[in-house]
Design a protein. Sequence first.
Length: 239
Amino acid sequence: MFNDPLIEYLGTWAAEINVYSIIFRICLAIVLTSLVGCERSSKRHSAGLRTFIIVAMASATSAMVDISIISNTQNGIPIISAASVVSVAMISGNSILFSSRNQIKGLTTSAGLWGCGIIGLSAGAGLYTISFISFVALLCCISQLPLVEKILKNRSNHFEVHLELKNTYNLQDFVTTIRKLGLKIDDIESNPAYLNSGLSVYSVSMTIRQRDIEKFKNHKDIIEALRSLDYIHHIEEMR
């Protein structure tokens, strides 16, 4: 059985369901997950501070309700906590969006919401050390790993671009240019969201051939070279 060192430090009241522990557990869940919510809000993501706080508070409450029911009825099934996890998963799924550029957005926010729900459950269950460690790990993943991801993606020989051509007939010119640069086109998909815009818009997946990989420092150099072409209205890498 896990003996939480923080409970030993705080005292036996923290291990029981009483007025003081209820206030402490809900406040702990709110404080920890609000920091994650602030990080997401600062980057203008769909789920902000209030959403993270509400999810964590509800999860913490459901854990405490389950503990109370189990202790009073001898029913060992945490039904409300299980329902809470399912509900958070549904809310997280709804935060995933598809942009007009065929990009999936909100995956990190969705996972962060789910993670905060679990942290709320652990705080509500009185597992304070687990809550703190999980919070630190989650916050580090959300705030620090994007830089690592960016470096890895920039050095990858596979990447995808959002391409806007002034005319549909320029697609063949674009393909020819890509081949001259030593790149291989894996897939070209027309984007119907721009059907009546007057532009020909595509999502293009490309690969830098292994023998030509030393020619390019990163994807940004390739994008800048293509951006200078007259028939390209706009081009950017899809993240």
